[in-house]
Design a protein around this ligand. Structure first.
Ligand SMILES: [Zn+2]
Length: 171
């Protein structure tokens, strides 16, 4: 806000400022929000299409942040009204979507067979009674559940070290 010397009191200036918010800024905010909502819906549709395609073809395409980011760039190129909006909240929507979707869409298979440390897959599933996962490839041992949780985090594109605050190399 720029306070201008108008000869009127501060109270009046504030009142003028408030008027500007409701008339212009609020309209802009609603407009930005409308664009963001459109992007979110596009991301939902895109993600759904990718997963249905995977189901039908057995392919393992992902709809991760990079792909969604590309989708946003293309959408902004195609649509002038979308390009008019600020790219910052639009990219934030993509990031939020990527996080929320990917975590839910992780394939749960093999989380007890994969090593969270080196990514190697054991030949056999760990028997339920065995509480410790020991990787035959890199030799790292970690509690079974912890290893599984970390495998899922890695699949979601998250760094388990960031999330859990654990030391690198399996506790
Ligand atoms: Zn390993």
């Amino acid at each position: 806000m720029t306070l201008q010397e108008t000869g009127t009191g501060t109270g009046h200036a504030r009142w003028t400022f408030r008027l500007r918010v409701s008339a212009t800024t609020e309209a802009q905010l609603m407009s930005e929000w409308g664009k963001c909502r459109w992007i979110w819906n596009e991301a939902v549709a895109k993600s759904r299409a990718v997963h249905q395609r995977n189901k039908a073809t057995g392919e393992k395409n992902t709809c991760g942040p990079a792909r969604l980011d590309k989708m946003l760039t293309e959408a902004r190129t195609r649509n002038a009204w979308l390009r008019d909006g600020s790219s910052v909240p639009q990219q934030q929507i993509i990031r939020d979507f990527g996080k929320s979707r990917e975590v839910r869409l992780i394939h749960p298979a093999h989380t007890t067979m994969d090593c969270a440390h080196c990514g190697a897959r054991a030949k056999h599933a760990l028997p339920l009674g065995m509480r410790t996962y020991t990787c035959t490839a890199c030799g790292v041992s970690s509690p079974r559940d912890k290893n599984s949780a970390r495998v899922m985090l890695v699949r979601a594109g998250l760094n388990p070290a960031d999330v859990e605050g654990v030391r690198h190399g399996c506790a």
